[in-house]
Write a protein that binds this ligand. Structure first.
Ligand SMILES: Nc1ncnc2c1ncn2[C@@H]1O[C@H](COP(=O)(O)OP(=O)(O)OP(=O)(O)O)[C@@H](O)[C@H]1O
Length: 304
């Protein structure tokens, strides 16, 4: 069963269209990145998952439960780090976790969870004195309680230092390893690239693209560029290279000592093998990926 089915969702606030007929599915066990610049509509979508916001049109189902008509059942399957999270000033970190465990009816070891989010030393401090990053770590620990089938994280690395961002990535991967589906929004490309199986790019409320990172790269300007140091390239050989599946263009540079090829990722090895079979001596080769920054700019009209 799909973890998330978004079906033709639109949300209008007066004259502002926050989401415009957005349609996608996230399969069980996927790590899905929801990427888009400020104001693209990411939080609106997550708020619809939680039934904090009602869509103008369309449906979202979480493990088959409609988020609006069966909100309770849908929310029971989710652990969420929302955008507008808050902590209780008087309660300690440990008490926050105990409170959630009680209400979910699960018993876990608070110190283990606090250790996972890097808050072990602050377990018995009141959350009122926490920095923004500490509060965020605490809310993340609360989201992980009960091993939810779906973890939803709204901009999870905002407010975290580089260590915190790395820990967050590890937590996402650990959750995926135990079989959870992870859906997280971000405007930070590196974060998304490091952990996601698939990415949806939202731009001005519309889903501009949805694919693997590799697939997105390939759909913008040539994907991979191969640079191969060679000896003995004959006229005509490059025409043959261009006939290989997945190859866009091949040309010589560096006074005939380097072959450059734009091609799909899958075709890289075929190119090197074909040159070798043609009697060309391949001394070295390296690949250059289409940059993610370029990709993001292409889909979002340059806005970041
Ligand atoms: N309650 C509301 N009333 C009116 N407009 C709203 C409301 N909530 C969101 N919007 C508008 O909907 C659009 C999408 O906002 P949303 O917060 O979903 O974007 P986002 O992608 O999460 O942005 P950010 O990365 O800045 O958090 C924006 O134009 C925003 O101004």
């Amino acid at each position: 069963m799909a973890a998330i089915e978004v079906e033709n969702i639109s949300k209008r606030y007066g004259t502002v269209t926050a989401l415009d007929r957005v349609d996608f599915t996230v399969e069980e066990g996927e790590v899905f990145g929801f990427l888009g610049p400020n104001g693209a509509g990411k939080s609106t979508m997550i708020n619809i998952f939680l039934d904090f916001v009602r869509p103008t049109d369309g449906h979202v189902r979480i493990f088959g439960h409609d988020c609006q008509t069966e909100g309770k059942q849908a929310r029971e399957r989710m652990g969420v780090l929302p955008e507008g999270y808050h902590v209780y000033e008087r309660l300690t970190a440990r008490q926050h976790l105990e409170f959630v465990m009680d209400s979910k009816g699960v018993a876990e070891e608070p110190m283990e969870l606090l250790g996972r989010v890097g808050l072990r030393d602050a377990a018995d401090r009141q959350a009122g004195g926490f920095s923004k990053g500490m509060a965020q770590r605490l809310v993340l620990a609360m989201a992980l309680i009960g091993d939810p089938d779906l973890i939803v994280l709204d901009e999870p690395t905002t407010g975290l230092d580089p260590n915190g961002a790395r820990e967050m990535r590890n937590i996402i991967l650990q959750e995926a390893d135990r079989g959870a589906t992870v859906f997280f929004s971000s405007h930070i490309l590196e974060q998304v690239e490091a952990v996601c199986d698939r990415v949806g790019i939202l731009h001005q409320g519309e889903l501009a693209a949805i694919d693997t990172i590799e697939g997105l790269r390939e759909s913008v300007g040539g994907g991979t560029k191969l640079q191969i140091q060679v000896e003995g390239v004959q006229n005509g050989m490059l025409d043959d290279i261009e006939t290989l599946e997945g190859v866009e263009k091949a040309w010589l540079s560096q006074e005939g000592t380097q072959v450059e090829v734009t091609c799909s990722n899958d075709a890289k090895l075929d190119v090197v093998v074909a040159l070798n079979d043609a009697g060309v001596e391949v001394n070295n080769f390296r690949t250059e990926e289409a940059s993610l920054e370029d990709m993001f700019a292409e889909y979002t009209g340059g806005s970041r």
